[in-house]
Write a new protein. Structure first.
Length: 153
């Protein structure tokens, strides 16, 4: 699995919406500035997520977006699959986006066997990790004091 920039931006935007779940809608401008995501690109991503039912929107001057369900009900896999497609590194091991392999014997292909294990590990991690888990991890990371070497880039 290779997460596209679009997928990364979607996850970052969804994290913000999850952190503010239950509150007022969040404007595109706010999301764009807080996450350093180009506004036009973010609009396209959020419209796609709205089509998926993961987010809701409100139009107008006080408009914006909000998470459509509880953060604990949204696995990261559902966001990635909607934005980027398969979680598998090659299409011949994908359960949802399967495409026939070009190898001569799919059932005995060692590379396919390894890629299936990779897919299974990634899918398991992404299915069990929800937006609520992402928020909890972010809170823990924010609580860790920065050391002197953290300022060196």
């Amino acid at each position: 699995m290779k997460l596209s920039l679009r997928g990364e931006y979607a996850l970052r935007a969804m994290q913000v919406l999850a952190e503010r779940h239950g509150g007022p809608v969040v404007s595109i401008q706010t999301l764009s500035e807080e996450q350093n995501i180009p506004k036009r690109f973010l609009e396209q991503i959020l419209n796609d997520l709205k089509s998926s039912g993961l987010v809701e929107s409100r139009r107008g001057m006080a408009g914006g977006y909000r998470l459509a369900m509880a953060p604990a009900a949204v696995p990261l896999a559902s966001i990635i699959r909607y934005i980027d497609g398969a979680l598998s590194p090659v299409s011949c091991v994908s359960e949802r986006f399967y495409e026939k392999c070009s190898c001569p014997d799919e059932t005995r292909c060692a590379l396919r066997s390894v890629m299936k294990e990779v897919r299974d590990a990634v899918a398991q991690m992404m299915e069990k990790t929800t937006l609520a888990d992402l928020i909890a991890r972010a809170q823990k990371l924010r609580a860790v004091p920065m050391g002197p070497m953290d300022f060196i880039i």
